[in-house]
Design a protein around this ligand. Structure first.
Ligand SMILES: C[S@@+](CC[C@H](N)C(=O)[O-])C[C@H]1O[C@@H](n2cnc3c(N)ncnc32)[C@H](O)[C@@H]1O
Length: 268
């Protein structure tokens, strides 16, 4: 499991009222917690707040979507250890797409936690796919097409790790294959992301604490996202807007802002 997946999960678990995720702590390991605490000390004390805002935003969109349909389907691309299936109604289907070992870990954990009555039973479909491949583009397109009803597709914390051409093809083939009124939540870093102060601190953290240099991130321009055919932009927001809209209105200082961006699209 990637350290960043645990970091996001830990962030969500620190303020479950805001993150709307009372289950986030269930996925954590001791190593995941230790890593996250060190990261937060080094990079910014606001890390858990930002990840809780991110969760609140996405969970609210999913809840709104499932109220509009009798047989809702969510496709989570690069699903990691997200609690979304358990935060939604039992008639909602969630398709989790990730690397085989991540889905195996998640599946086993879910069986164990459902048996212990710590998680409710939910309808989860597992699709192990290497998303960094051209074959993935066709696979995702087929998965979305097969649903034959509007789907909510989440690209959260994944596109940054993929080759740019594949990342854009994944989103655009999904956009062209999904039913009208489907929604796509595309979470990215924009072109300037690696020039921000926070990013410098994140790079230093990995280098100084783990001796690792982070592979180059895949970043996007607003223009290349909003020009994807057949979907229209509903909104484009970031953490500062979320802080004001449903957060604690703390006016996040620039030096603490991990400037992730969220593009919500709807299929026309
Ligand atoms: C930063 S985590 C984000 C997880 C989740 N979407 C979230 O926001 O909490 C990135 C996820 O993408 C998955 N991932 C990265 N590269 C992948 C690939 N080539 N194929 C499939 N999944 C991949 C990782 O296994 C991990 O679960």
């Amino acid at each position: 499991m990637s350290a960043t997946a645990y970091l996001i999960c830990w962030g969500r678990s620190k303020d479950s009222q805001l993150s709307l995720d009372p289950y986030a702590n269930l996925w954590l390991t001791k190593e995941g917690r230790d890593f996250s605490e060190k990261f937060t000390d080094f990079v910014s004390p606001l890390t858990p707040y930002l990840f809780s805002l991110r969760s609140h935003y996405i969970v609210s969109l999913l809840k709104q979507f499932e109220q509009e349909y009798t047989d809702p389907v969510i496709v989570n691309v690069g699903s990691g250890v997200t609690s979304y299936p358990f935060l939604l109604n039992e008639n909602t289907t969630v398709i989790n797409i990730d690397q085989p070992h991540v889905l195996e870990f998640y599946k086993e954990k879910v069986s164990e936690l459902v048996l212990q009555n710590k998680l409710p039973q939910r309808n989860i479909v597992y699709e192990p796919i290497d998303l960094n491949s051209h074959e993935a583009v066709e696979s995702i397109s087929q998965i979305v097409k097969k649903q034959k009803r509007p789907a909510f597709v989440i690209f959260e914390g994944i596109l940054t790790y993929l080759h740019k051409d594949i990342a854009l093809k994944l989103v655009s083939s999904c956009a062209s294959s999904c039913e009208k009124s489907s929604r796509l939540m595309v979470h990215v870093g924009l072109d300037y992301f690696c020039e921000t102060d926070v990013w410098q601190k994140i790079e230093n953290f990995f280098l100084e604490n783990l001796g690792l240099s982070i592979p180059k991130l895949t970043l996007f321009s607003e223009k290349e996202l909003i020009s994807i055919p057949s979907i229209k932009l509903v909104e484009h927001i970031g953490f500062k807007d979320m802080d004001k809209r449903f957060g604690k209105n703390i006016d996040i200082p620039d030096e603490d802002l991990i400037d992730e961006r969220f593009f919500l699209f709807e299929k026309e």
